[in-house]
Ligand binder design. Structure first.
Ligand SMILES: [Zn+2]
Length: 105
């Protein structure tokens, strides 16, 4: 199945504590069905000091979020789009926004 969400997409969170927030997809983890999105699903992680260069403390980082809770933001209409797929004449499959009908890829 073709991916609805790809690396570097602008996405909006549709569920959970970050609902409504937007960010850019940094990594997609297809096997886990999750993605890491810049600034989304931040978790605090306690880091132990490993030496003078690594002082330790609490660091914040993104945890992977379920792809089911993300929607691609359509560049044409600016909305969190429901994505469909369309087959081009040359056989390529492209994503399109079901709202404004514009291609996303
Ligand atoms: Zn659109």
């Amino acid at each position: 199945m073709a991916a609805k969400i790809k690396r570097n997409d602008q996405v909006q969170v549709t569920a959970g504590k970050d609902r409504g927030r937007r960010g850019q997809v940094r990594t997609v983890l297809p096997e886990a069905g999750r993605a890491v999105v810049t600034g989304i699903n931040m978790i605090k992680k306690h880091q132990r000091s490993t030496g003078p260069q690594q002082p330790g403390g609490i660091i914040e980082r993104e945890a992977p979020i379920s792809l089911a809770n993300l929607a691609v933001i359509c560049a044409s209409c600016g909305e969190a789009a429901r994505v469909g797929f369309r087959l081009l004449e040359d056989g390529r499959k492209v994503r399109f926004c079901k709202k404004c009908n514009e291609a996303i890829d």
